[in-house]
Write a protein that binds this ligand. Sequence first.
Ligand code: HEM
Length: 466
Amino acid sequence: MGAPTAGSRHRIPLISGERTAPRRPRWAAVDALVAGTDFEHYFRLRRARDGDPFTVRFPGFGSVLFTGTSSGTEELLRAPAAILRPPQPNPIEPLIGSASLILARDQRHRDDRALLTPAFHRNRIAGYGTVIQNSTRTELSGNGIGPGWLPGNVIDARVAARALTLRVILSLIFGADDPARHRVYTATVGNFLTAFSGPLMLVPALRHNAFGYSPWDRFVRSRRRLDDLLDSDIAERRAGDRGDGVLDDLLSAHQPGEGAPDDSELREQLRTLLVAGHETTATGLVWALFHLHRDADALSRLRAELDTAGDLEPEDLARLPYLDAVCRETLRLHPPVPIVLRRLTGPYRLRGVDLDAGDTMGVALPLLHSDPDCWENPARFLPERFLDHRYSPFEFAPYGGGHRRCLGAGLADFELRIALATIVARVELSLPPRYRHGRIPRSVPHNIATGPHRGIRFVVEGIRHR
Ligand code: HEM
């Protein structure tokens, strides 16, 4: 989240029907605490109390003017790219590094994006269908991280989803499958992400050393271990053994010399893809399984669609309408990246409020996706709504939009559909009663993604033979 520069202000526009400048919350630490305990609930509280737009201030990151309406989202996403930058300081910078695409701006952002985009082109992603299916089956069979999905076993959906999506992104980065290497990465990335707790992300004052024993020390050590792994892979590829992954694209695009990224920049770009490219999709998958197993009608409708479709190629599978609707509805109810932020380098007006250079504006996706002006029964899981209506990119925006729209959106959509279909077609699961009928778990930030506050465990009831 960006920090407004000294002297920045939200002016009260001198027009008829003018808005008053939104109140700035006085207790940033309290805001951070409430948001860290339940992100989606926090935004709803703020909208109910302050209307739209409203200002949020977190310690160390400054103020953000948030909107959760589709007109506000359109204004934000249509703002000229020339006056927009990513917010800085940024809560996830320690994870991704300052050379990350997520933090790059202006020409550097355009160049880096152009370099990475071919790896996420539709044709290339289509080639990952089998990788995604195999990665899901590896987890189901017990050859992945957790136990096999056999009757009576209890499965922690988050652990399984993270493992399978991590294998996919590793294949995308490094090319050919190397199960032994994947296992080392799985453990190292897992430690790295776990070490970056919500408090470390939201409260920069906690980022200090204490003779190797503070949470920050532990995080820095885990990042070093991941960087060592990445460095050795970069060195190996530089030495000659090229493959067909994103790393090879990046190395081929620049011959050593002027303008070529050094190893630390390459490493941060790869770390960005690892971080951005698996926990987000994994969280979506967990929520999709969660809602389907609370809603017997939705689950049987999806099963019927999959059974009728039979053995499809992954590309055709991903196009099945109800499967598609279930995935969209999941991302609507629980956007894994709940905020889209832009820092201004020039004046701009959002929802009638004048902002200055240095101010940060944002879309609160949980509000946009539950705006009663757009969504009927917004709190309910109703995939059908996506079957008979097309929502605009300013009403439904789980991947943000404009010049910074999620680079991996195509991959994430494809992966979510194929992994979900593979699981639902293969096993019968049940949720513990407190989840089957009870409240929906709180949504809390886990490093880059926001997901259920505690692991959701399913019991495997049976294996399906179609
Ligand atoms: C369900 C899964 C995912 C969700 C919900 C998601 C969501 C988002 C959102 C909201 C943004 C900010 C967009 C904006 O500012 O307008 C973003 C950016 C980004 N995402 Fe994703 N993402 C997902 C999966 C992925 C995957 C699989 C990758 C690929 C490795 C990825 C890579 C990125 C990158 C590199 C950016 C920065 C783009 C830029 O600044 O130019 N994401 N994502």
